[in-house]
Write a protein that binds this ligand. Structure first.
Ligand code: AMP
Ligand code: FES
Ligand code: ZN
Length: 315
């Protein structure tokens, strides 16, 4: 098979696009796809100051790399969840990328605040680790984004993540999640950051190929708690459909995005921290209260990032 652009031997076959490309042309293709997605769906607009949530995995690290290559100078946020080696190795990969890109990365250490890692916190809350983790991550990401003056929070969710989540929400008609799901969620100035997903049309396979071809040093292991059996089954089923009819996942997501209208929700603000909540106090502040931790004092002393060198500024 030959590369459709240059005629050299192809390295990757992209059935969804009915094309095959060599390594070099695939890298340009993927970067252009991300740029096109950002522009077409108005993910990042003139005057926006983006910050990327990086987990240390292939998607978010590649996205951080691509954004800076495309000229969207973006810093990073990493939430160290205290999941043993997994969190420590992720951190080294992120610091390496920050040094390469010469960008800041804000690091928030969950253990430093709670004196517990996410698994212990989840046990105390009687919730699955992923649910406790999601709540803590959403709060910290939003807080860092707003406190540090960024206007858009960028995450590395890919088409497989988005299509499987959408499929699950449809299957159970989870209306409350279904209509909240979008590739751009608008914020509330000073309270809630705008959130965008520029990789929502890029597949896991494409992102892995990109990371390897660009020598991006990422953590191969998945989070030990993130084995969500259902979402793996949905991903497998969607991949089978994709094999039978290439382009299915793209059509599924593009169709949804075209149809869905963001619902603007009424939000309260937490009486303690002032960030959005669905009641008098936000879940994060309730958690702090439960462990008798003075959150506001902690944040005043440490800012929204708490590691020794919270802003690894490389000039
Ligand atoms: P996941 O929910 O683990 O599939 O991650 C989805 C996206 O959330 C990643 O691509 C990152 O952008 C972001 N993310 C996940 N974990 C972290 C973390 N510990 N710190 C910062 N961002 C994260
Ligand atoms: Fe959240 Fe693993 S990343 S529990
Ligand atoms: Zn609060």
């Amino acid at each position: 098979m030959k590369c459709r652009v240059c005629g050299q031997p192809a390295n990757i076959n992209l059935k969804a696009y009915n094309t095959a490309l060599c390594a070099e042309d695939f890298i340009s293709f993927l970067e252009n796809r991300v740029l096109h997605t950002i522009k077409k769906y108005h993910l990042i607009e003139d005057g926006d100051i983006p910050v990327v949530a990086v987990s240390g995995g292939k998607d978010s690290l590649s996205l951080w790399h691509i954004m800076n290559k495309l000229g969207y100078g973006a810093d990073g946020i990493y939430i160290h969840l205290g999941i043993g080696e997994y969190s420590d190795i992720s951190l080294t990969k992120i610091q390496h990328m920050a040094d390469t890109l010469k960008r800041k990365v804000y690091i928030f250490n969950v253990h430093d605040l709670f004196r517990k890692g996410i698994d212990e916190l989840a046990r105390a809350m009687r919730r699955p680790p992923c649910s406790a983790c999601g709540m803590v991550k959403r709060y910290i990401m939003n807080r860092v984004c707003i406190d540090k003056g960024y206007t858009v929070l960028v995450t590395g969710h890919n088409i497989d993540d988005e299509a499987s989540a959408l499929f699950g929400n449809l299957l159970y008609w989870k209306r409350e999640y279904l209509w909240k799901k979008n590739m751009v969620l608008h914020g509330i100035e000073g309270h809630l950051s705008k959130k965008v997903k520029p990789l929502f049309l890029c597949s896991e396979r494409e992102m892995a190929a990109y990371a390897i071809l660009c020598n991006i040093d990422y953590i191969y292991e998945e989070c030990p708690f993130s084995v969500d059996a259902k979402s793996l089954v949905y991903k497998g089923m969607l991949n089978k459909l994709e094999e039978l009819s290439p382009g299915t996942k793209i059509r599924f997501l593009k169709g949804y995005v075209k149809m869905v209208k963001e619902e603007v929700e009424e939000r309260d603000y937490c009486a303690i921290c002032g960030y959005p909540s669905y009641g008098g106090k936000c879940n994060f502040c309730r958690l702090l209260e439960r462990f008798k931790i003075q959150g506001n004092i902690y944040f005043e002393e440490h800012g929204a990032c708490n590691l020794d060198s919270p802003q690894r500024m490389v000039t």
